[in-house]
Design a protein around this ligand. Structure first.
Ligand code: HEC
Length: 603
């Protein structure tokens, strides 16, 4: 050490000591036990360590003996700790780690005596099941899940409030303006349906039946308890992190639809380093092509980035849903190129073929688009409507939207049954190059020939096929959003095979998307209404539910990192319903084996 400071503080000495040592040292951690008392360990409790600003949270589970161990935390840092297990009061504490190594910390938890508080700890699907069991008409049940679980959970603390009929009327007309329409006949039944199902007087005793007995809210299995979950706060209270990907460069990227931002998250830095890239909005007005009267009041959306995908050359393509554009982001130059689309309304989800061409669904106008960046060629393929009347209506949509500049159509939308358009949704490319898409509301999938653009559609024997993916063997996996299942489709035989989501989910989940980990062919499914990620192992024919620590973890896209991480974003819209009111990017490390970033002690 050549330049010795004049004065010494203990901290400075520590810093100097470490700067003389190798720059990177292993990170700190905690270990200990969670129990009700010395004899009663609490199994399967989630122990969460929050640090930094914006925060990162790392969660581990307690084992059979109540013990936990967490590593990979930065040393000399303040932590907010939360220990959580259904049936027990959240245990909250603050602690700081001193230096590299593992500090010992035990926690004693107190069991809840107020059953309303226990019921409030249950994920939304428990409550929602009480609604669904009352809807005996299958057509109504299907439309309720498809239309009302599209943006946010049902049965969470914000949506299960009892309200006077006139308040429901206002809520439901706002939902219809935003795209969550129900038939008028069914909509009139909602106030009574929700108010009676969500009545705490009857709901709480039902939901907490068997409290204190082993069968009530059992702990996750030993296998699940090995997992480590990292959550990175991203964006702000007005954010809506729609989709996220893990780029081959190792960064996670996410699109904030309501603030028109592309975020990059570098998890090799302790706590995560976040960079925000504003997507150029040009002279788009508030709401873009959509009527701004149907926007949540805190949204500043002008282009509405919705989905993103890494192109074979490393660029990231973003669909700008309300600006009818693609944005192409050069990850090295950190700059955007905007690409106008030849038509259509609401470019939605994009995937690439092996020629580097991008294929994207266009949800509102019922198209699939293709853009070839090598030749500059754009094509817009009209996919079939269900009948002639629908075809005419879809062709008139641009005129209606144009009229909307002068006539207030939002009032019309709020009292109508909402547009029940086919809604091209998920898209993926088969090993033979065929382009497969789903039409959510038409309950169909289809194939486009990549050369002739010939289109074939196939009815799905289940409702609401959403975001789908091919596995390594060329089988197409499809989540049935309102049918509580995933389905395997063989493009050769055109046969479907269904796998119902686990019975614990009470038929009240809504699988929004799935993705296949091509290393194992495991299928991962978003548990949008159950605060979970769900794995289906094809070789074992087995589902496993991985609970996530934050209430109202509604997720829409799943991706995988090279180190085995399973990633998603917390994209409940509105964001304020999420516990803490802040959205997160989430990484599930299934067996807790992913190397943690090394912590630098150099000041
Ligand atoms: C297009 C997205 C979308 C769909 C579809 C949707 N919602 Fe919402 N919902 C929202 C947003 C955004 C808010 C917050 C509105 C605000 O605070 O301005 C919200 C809020 C709510 C609330 C809370 C309102 C309050 O006063 O706190 C309830 C209850 C609700 N929605 C129920 C429903 C039901 C029932 C359906 C199906 C008919 C539905 N939602 C469909 C986006 C949606």
């Amino acid at each position: 050490m050549r330049s010795r400071p004049q004065t010494f503080s203990p901290l400075l000495t520590l810093l100097l000591f470490f700067s003389a040592a190798p720059t990177l040292v292993s990170a700190a951690g905690f270990q200990g036990r969670v129990g009700a008392d010395a004899d009663t360990p609490i199994v399967g409790a989630m122990v969460t360590f929050r640090f930094g600003s914006p925060f990162q949270e790392r969660t581990v589970f307690t084992g059979e003996d109540g013990s936990y161990q967490v590593s990979g935390l930065p040393a000399a840092t303040e932590y907010k700790i939360r220990v959580r297990r259904i049936g027990w009061e959240d245990f909250l504490a603050s602690e700081s780690t001193t230096e590299a190594g593992s500090d010992s910390l035990d926690f004693t938890m107190v069991q809840h005596t107020d059953m309303a508080k226990v019921a409030a700890q249950l994920p939304a699907y428990h409550w929602y099941a009480l609604v669904l069991e009352k809807v005996t008409n299958e057509v109504d049940r299907e439309q309720l899940v498809r239309q009302c679980n599209m943006c946010h959970q049902q049965g969470n603390a914000a949506t299960r409030l009892q309200r006077p009929a006139e308040e429901w009327d206002k809520v439901l007309s706002l939902m219809a303006r935003m795209g969550g329409g129900l038939t008028m006949e069914f909509r009139e039944k909602i106030p009574e349906l929700f108010n009676s199902a969500y009545d705490p007087k009857t709901a709480v005793p039902r939901l907490t039946k068997g409290f204190g007995e082993p069968g009530f809210a059992p702990p996750p299995s030993a296998e699940v308890r090995q997992s480590v979950i990292d959550e990175y706060e991203l964006g702000g209270r007005s954010s809506m992190q729609h989709d996220m990907i893990v780029h081959p460069d190792g960064y996670a990227y996410s699109v904030d639809m309501s603030t028109d931002t592309l975020f990059r998250l570098d998890t090799s830095v302790p706590g995560g380093e976040r960079t925000a890239f504003a997507i150029p909005a040009g002279d788009e007005q508030l709401g873009g092509m959509m009527d701004s009267g149907a926007l949540p009041s805190n949204s500043s959306m002008r282009v509405g980035p919705h989905s993103l995908q890494a192109a074979p050359n490393g660029d990231i393509w973003l669909t700008l849903a309300v600006a009818n554009k693609l944005a192409i982001f050069d990850t090295v130059e950190e700059s955007f190129v905007m690409e106008d689309l030849p038509g259509g309304i609401f470019p939605h989800t994009v995937r690439f073929d092996d020629k580097g061409r991008g294929w994207y669904t266009v949800a509102v106008s019922n198209h699939v688009g293709m853009y070839d960046p090598k030749t500059g060629q754009h094509d817009l393929i009209r996919v079939p409507a269900r009948d002639f009347g629908e075809e005419v209506m879809l062709r008139m949509l641009p005129i209606m939207m144009w009229l909307g500049q002068w006539i207030d159509l939002t009032e019309m939308a709020s009292t109508s049954e909402g547009l029940d358009i086919p809604f091209p949704y998920g898209i993926d490319i088969a090993p033979d190059g065929g382009v497969w898409f789903s039409q959510l509301n038409a309950h169909r999938i289809g194939r486009i020939d990549p050369d002739t653009y010939e289109v074939k559609v196939i009815d799905t024997p289940f409702s609401a096929p959403r975001r789908m993916r091919f596995d390594s063997k060329g089988m197409l996996w499809i989540p049935g959003f309102s049918s509580n299942l995933i389905s395997k489709f063989d493009p050769e035989t055109e046969e479907f095979e269904h796998f119902e989501l686990p019975a614990e989910l009470l038929g009240a989940d809504a699988p929004y998307t799935l993705n296949v980990d091509l290393k194992t062919d495991d299928v991962w499914v978003c548990g949008t209404n159950s605060d979970s990620l769900i794995r289906y192992q094809q070789d074992k024919g087995k589902f496993t539910i991985f609970p996530l620590p934050t209430q109202v973890t509604y997720s829409r896209e799943i991706d995988f990192s090279a180190d085995g991480g399973v990633w998603t974003s917390n994209s409940n819209a509105p964001t304020w319903q999420i516990e803490t009111g802040m959205p997160r990017i989430i990484r599930l490390d299934v067996d807790g084996q992913i190397d943690v970033p090394q912590v630098s002690f150099n000041p």
